[in-house]
Design a protein around this ligand. Sequence first.
Ligand SMILES: [Zn+2]
Length: 448
Amino acid sequence: MRKILFTLFLGLIGWSAIAQTTINRNPAIEKLVLEVSADSLKKYIYDLSAFNTRHTLSTDEKNGMPSSQRYVLSKFNIFAKASNGRMTAEIEEFVIPADGRRITSDSKVANVIATLKGTNPADNRIFIVSGHLDSRNKDVMDSTGGAPGANDDGSGVAAVIELARVMAKMEFSATILFVAFTGEEQGLKGATYLADKAKSEGWNIAGVLNNDIVGNSNSSETNISDNTKLRVFSETIPLAEDEQQAALRRSTNADNDSKSRQLARYIKEVGELYVDQMEIKLIYRSDRFLRGGDQTPFFRNGFTAVRMSEMNENFYHQHENVRVENGIQYGDLPEFMDFEYLRKVSAVNLAAAASLANSAGMPEEVKIDVRGLSNKSILLWKAPSIGKAKGYYVLMRETSSPMWEKKFFTTETTLTLPYSKDNYFFAVQSVTETGEESLAVFPVPISR
Ligand SMILES: [Zn+2]
């Protein structure tokens, strides 16, 4: 009996040591997170789904896509008043050429974008929070029939609008774009336009948080009701990887350490830190099985991006015409949404975007020294050229672990750890005085 009790006691000590997680929030970000409102989100969703359709090719000026774009712009312009001139908004028009698929003739379309300019002129980073404004019904070419698109992707756009509202009055080092894309359902047209433009103009896009289908918490068929989980999709093998990068990835076994995956881990860490009753699930896919989204054109151009989607999708309310059949209500209607869930998803976005936009840049030239056989691991790096780091975390995890498990703080730009690089993965991130962390950088080996 005594032995059993003793074992139980040891077990409890072990359990409590592992179970402790330090909650150390930056009060400024916590305050913003608390301002995200389920009522505001609900209002945007009802407004957006009241337009007859937001189909990409809809030209109905009164009740179609152009009017919904003016609605989003008007919201951005109202919030911009609180930004002291830092937020500007526009409907950016462009022409998508006929593609013989979902675009039958050259079409004038538009993204709606609010830009919150960063306060540090030396910080050229741009972070993007996005959703797609276009909606569809069963027939993807039907540009006049009803398509309320409350959840797909009214939810993502509502999150974007709410973040613009809350963040406009706060100052950030980096620039943040709030984007309502067009043309997602017609082949990722709006996101492709912006990602290609950013690439050709050399923008420093440091992270894209794309939100698509983020406002429902009840699954069709399996009838799972759960508003405590959010999926973050990130690419495993980078779409833009060249032969040299592929060779480096294979030699360092960095298959689970793409820039996109580091962003997903970051969102899990920061999102769960600031948002209660929310568990973030890393999905090791660039999107749902055989699907794609507006993050894809950013992957294609080598940018760091993720897609966020609700955990339990309801296919009665996606890409369906509004109708009742066999007693089931079909159609993407707002009454099937969970606004408290959407509030939490928006709050996760806000916590991540605010932390990133006020972080210092990533440490540069991050290397792991493999010049001699050793059971120690030596990491070295250079200070970021953007912002001011108070210090750095060297992150460590077992090779079989999805998340970083240990963080070693240092104010130096090198650290030697008595753990073998054969048995662990490492990365380095910068951290500011107020605790904002940069994305983690996976080291490149120096062999001589
Ligand atoms: Zn969608």
